[in-house]
Design a protein around this ligand. Structure first.
Ligand SMILES: Nc1ncnc2c1ncn2[C@@H]1O[C@H](COP(=O)(O)OP(=O)(O)O)[C@@H](O)[C@H]1O
Ligand SMILES: O=c1ccn([C@@H]2O[C@H](COP(=O)(O)OP(=O)(O)O)[C@@H](O)[C@H]2O)c(=O)[nH]1
Length: 251
């Protein structure tokens, strides 16, 4: 936990934020909600409400959005394709999600800017770090699209990378499960949830809630990570307020 809340002025409706700047990794696949493809309207609206709440608390929020709801380089739909080509398609999928999220946030009354790691300037502005920092200081949500801009990576790694670049105090991984478990809870119902765990232990135990490259980058940069459910109402605010929610992964 940081002590920045006292200096951030991040207060609202009796709730006090524990962080000044955070990076939220939003799973593309989780955006599908109960659908089998694309973006579920109810899920994205619910997420936008939560983002708006955090924005109102005065917390600077950047988002890295995934693309698994549309295309994944390693999916069966990409079987037989050149891996790098499939990954570029996956990155383009994240740009579509970023635009959808920006639009949904605008409808919720939150100003957001999209920056892409791949140049598609007719659609979104390119990633320019100082500009992203300026937007954050202005209270705008910055959505980082196209992952790291490189094939063979994931948006989890992009979250760790951008989180380190913008000096985020915490990476928030909003996903389909409510934390890190002793085993994949989808496959093993007897798995139990950790309240906290170190990066080394998570890597050593091969707990696959985030890929190893992302874990390693967070660990090396001493960037703590909270894993929590995208579907639990109010969970994002509780995490940002330092409450007991999900799993904290730390050095
Ligand atoms: N030890 C574990 N604890 C929690 N989730 C796990 C674990 N091992 C595998 N998972 C799976 O990892 C998924 C989240 O990671 P990932 O596939 O990267 O999803 P996302 O689309 O959120 O990036 C969860 O839905 C869960 O089923
Ligand atoms: O830096 C990156 C980020 C993403 N991707 C591609 O984009 C897809 C979608 O991202 P991801 O699987 O991380 O999305 P999520 O799991 O959040 O739905 C990946 O499968 C990769 O094919 C990539 O090649 N490089």
């Amino acid at each position: 936990m940081t002590d920045s809340a006292s200096t951030s002025g991040a207060q609202g409706a009796g709730t006090k934020a524990a962080y000044r700047r955070v990076l939220l990794k939003l799973s593309g696949e989780a955006l599908m909600g109960s659908d089998s493809y694309g973006i579920n309207r109810q899920t994205i609206e619910q997420m936008c409400q939560q983002v708006a709440e955090v924005n109102r608390l005065g917390v600077e929020l950047a988002v890295v959005i995934g693309g698994g709801n549309i295309f994944r380089g390693v999916s069966s739909g990409a079987a037989g394709m050149d891996r790098a080509t499939a990954d570029y398609m996956g990155m383009l999928a994240t740009v579509m999600n970023a635009l959808a999220l920006q639009d949904a946030l605008r409808q919720t009354g939150v100003e957001a800017r999209v920056q892409s790691a791949l140049n598609i300037e007719q659609i979104v502005e390119p990633y320019i770090r100082p500009k992203a920092l300026r937007y954050l200081e202005e209270g705008k949500v910055v959505i980082f699209a196209a992952g790291t801009g490189n094939p063979f990576f994931t948006t989890d790694t992009a979250a760790a990378l951008r989180g380190a670049e913008i000096n985020a105090e915490l990476i928030l991984k909003a996903t389909k499960v409510d934390g890190v478990y002793t085993a994949d809870p989808v496959k093993d119902p007897s798995a139990t949830r950790y309240r906290e765990i170190t990066f080394d232990e998570a890597i050593m135990r091969n707990l696959k809630v985030m890929d190893a490259a992302a874990f390693a980058l967070c660990r090396d940069q001493k960037l703590p990570l909270k894993v929590f459910s995208i579907f639990k109402t109010g969970a994002l605010t509780r995490v940002v307020c330092g409450e007991d929610e999900g799993t904290l992964v730390h050095v």
